[in-house]
Design a binder for this molecule. Structure first.
Ligand SMILES: *Cc1c(COP(=O)(O)O)cnc(C)c1O
Ligand SMILES: [Zn+2]
Length: 501
């Protein structure tokens, strides 16, 4: 619909104007810092930051039901900058004007109802939110869209010069950073640091294809992160890891979309999110609280973080029930199929701690929890989901394993409805499926395939064929006919097909 086709009243609110006053807030010393400079940690104490709108309360002048209407009407508006996550500009990143928005098709990912037999198997009703349907095939695009839109704003409106962006990555951050950076070339150039052998070939191909400088380092993600932090502290670069608080803002859009797609009714819902660096779980909680604060939703859902036993520092922290006795200890990770979440020292842990306390206060009870699952369960649930028509990656499998575990522990009842974050597309992590089907997991994973879930191609050369076709030398005449009938006959036998009468 064109803007002029809406009512005059609606026209006034459909196109957001830049507003608000966003500042970094330090989670260590509480100091506020201006956003004119790109900061990643507090210049005073070194702790991580969140960006908050000091004038957020001005948005309360608009009643919650009117906000719902505005977001719903905006869906009908054919304006590229507002097709995706900037539909929620006022509550997400109000200082960014629409003409700075980089929109590559991120957001508006579907909630896909779990297939009925799969629901029966798990014993709970749920859907997947397919965030692998983002442009670089993971949810990381949400955060990059905001981070790069802000950088574009600084370049085009504030006259900062060329930007070299850097990030460390378990694969998907670098794919997203390189993609959005390439869209802004030559004003933005990207460099990415990856742990050698710890990202999939697909994920390695993505930043290469986008033209980023790619450095493969020995070690694991946590080592790459330290090098990137050193670069950001000592050189002129823009850091695009989730230390960059702009990314957290963009990832809040996940919660906004879940709410909107469920008609703003989150009572009796439970969200499951895999935790790696803990940026996404932070964003999901922060976004939900904004919706609640503005009366856009009237009840907060349960939020479950999920971690593999092989990389579970957040689970370990919260396994101490007495909040006063919790101690934060990074862990040494072991190889995990949920490789994008294989992080022992998540940089956003202070954010989780800060947000979880506020979340539970706002929700009026313990609504944030962390679930631990094992590698076997992650793989089994990924394959099972995909066998039922879904496209989940290993991390999406982790979300489903988390739901199964939460159901087993009695933390989600059968009348609750779960929304599982399928964080990336299945094809990015296809090597793990291959290892499962071939039963070739290295022992440290501890994964053994369930025989009924294995699926391998069958070689098919019909008996009695003397001549075979090959590239460049097709069969002809009788030989070709023989090839077709004998091969079809053999396939029909293997499939147990009945002859047409
Ligand atoms: C990054 C990533 C995660 C983990 O998210 P965090 O924000 O690091 O906790 C999970 N799944 C996929 C596919 C990812 O790319
Ligand atoms: Zn500080």
């Amino acid at each position: 619909m064109r803007l002029e086709d809406f009512s005059v009243e609606d026209q006034k609110v459909l196109i957001p104007r830049p507003g608000g006053e966003m500042l970094y807030r330090c989670l260590g010393c509480g100091t506020h810092h201006g956003i004119d400079e790109l900061l990643y940690t507090c210049p005073d104490c070194g702790e991580v930051l969140l960006i908050e709108d000091q004038q957020f309360d001005r948005l309360k002048k608009t009643p919650g039901p009117r906000w719902r209407e505005i977001f719903d009407l905006r869906r009908m508006l054919n304006l590229p900058a507002m097709k995706g996550i900037f539909r929620y500009q006022e509550i997400m990143a109000p200082v960014i004007p629409l003409d700075s928005v980089v929109y590559l098709g991120e957001g508006h990912t579907p909630l896909v109802e779990a297939n009925p037999p799969l629901r029966q198997l798990i014993g709970r009703d749920f859907c997947f939110k397919n965030d692998g349907q983002n442009p670089s095939a993971s949810f990381k695009d949400r955060g990059m869209a905001v981070a790069l839109s802000y950088i574009r704003y600084l370049i085009e409106h504030q006259g900062i010069g060329r930007v070299l962006s850097v990030c460390a990555s378990t694969g998907d951050t670098s794919a997203a950073a390189a993609l959005y950076g390439a869209y802004l070339a030559p004003a933005v150039a990207s460099a990415v640091l990856l742990p050698r052998g710890k990202v999939t070939p697909q994920q390695l191909a993505q930043p290469l294809g986008s033209g980023a400088r790619v450095f493969e380092l020995p070690g694991v993600f946590d080592d790459c992160m330290k090098v990137v932090e050193h670069l950001a502290e000592n050189y002129q670069v823009a850091l695009l890891n989730s230390k960059n608080a702009w990314r957290i803002l963009g990832q809040e859009s996940y919660s906004f979309e879940v709410a909107q797609d469920l008609d703003y009714d989150l009572a009796g819902r439970a969200l499951f999110v895999p935790i790696g660096n803990a940026g996404n779980i932070s964003a999901v909680m922060a976004g939900l609280m904004k919706l609640f604060d503005l009366g856009i939703i009237t009840e907060l859902p349960k939020v479950f973080g999920v971690q593999s036993r092989h990389a579970d520092p957040v689970f370990q922290y919260y396994s101490e029930q007495d909040a006063a006795r919790r101690v934060w200890r990074p862990v040494t990770v072991r190889p995990s199929v949920a490789q994008a979440a294989m992080i022992g020292n998540p940089v956003s842990m202070p954010r989780v701690v800060d947000l979880a306390i506020r979340y539970d206060q706002m929700a009026g009870g313990d609504k944030f929890q962390v679930i631990q699952v094992d590698e076997q369960s992650i793989m089994d649930h990924m394959i099972l989901a995909n066998r039922h028509g879904h496209i989940v990656c290993t991390q999406g499998g982790e979300s489903l394993a988390g739901l199964a575990r939460a159901a087993e522990l009695g933390l989600v009842s059968s009348d609750e409805y779960a929304v599982l974050d399928a964080t990336a597309h299945h094809l990015k992590f296809i090597g793990f499926q291959q290892m499962y089907f071939e039963d070739s997991f290295p022992p440290e994973f501890g994964v053994h395939p369930r025989p009924e879930l294995i699926n391998l191609p069958q070689e098919m050369v019909a008996e009695g064929l003397q001549q075979l076709p090959a590239p460049g030398s097709p069969l002809e005449g009788e030989a070709f006919e023989r090839y077709v009938t004998l091969t079809a006959g053999e396939i029909a036998t293997r499939l147990g097909l009945e002859k047409r009468s």
